[in-house]
Design a protein around this ligand. Structure first.
Ligand SMILES: [Zn+2]
Length: 112
């Protein structure tokens, strides 16, 4: 179990407040398309499947944040494969410090 479970419901990236959307309807929508998460820049929304276990939720959240950072700070020049490598590495490093992100309100994200 992580030392610091940080509940997330929104995050500010480059002055844009992005809502973190979780819950059953979002899970259904993501699973239908076989995604763990999505980042919608125009709507300032990050969707994350809260049925994932805690570690996977946290990894996916970090990935979607990196997607938003890529758009806002890197003119979308970072390739998706590189975003995945960087977000996986950042997730591992944060996890080693006992830090992981969970859905606000403890909505799912099982304790596995
Ligand atoms: Zn992605």
């Amino acid at each position: 179990m992580a030392k610091y479970d940080i509940p997330v419901s929104q995050i500010n990236i480059a002055g844009h407040t992005k809502a973190i959307r979780t819950g059953k309807a979002i899970e259904d929508r993501l699973q239908e398309a076989e995604y763990y998460g999505r980042c919608y820049h125009a709507k300032d929304e990050l969707l994350v499947d809260s049925s994932l276990n805690k570690s996977h939720f946290s990894n996916t959240f970090i990935h979607e944040v990196m997607e938003a950072v890529n758009v806002e700070y890197c003119a979308s020049k970072i390739k998706h494969r590189e975003i995945t490598c960087l977000s996986n590495g950042l997730h591992q490093a944060l996890k080693s410090l006992g830090i992981q992100f969970i859905p606000r309100g403890g909505k799912r994200a099982s304790s596995k």
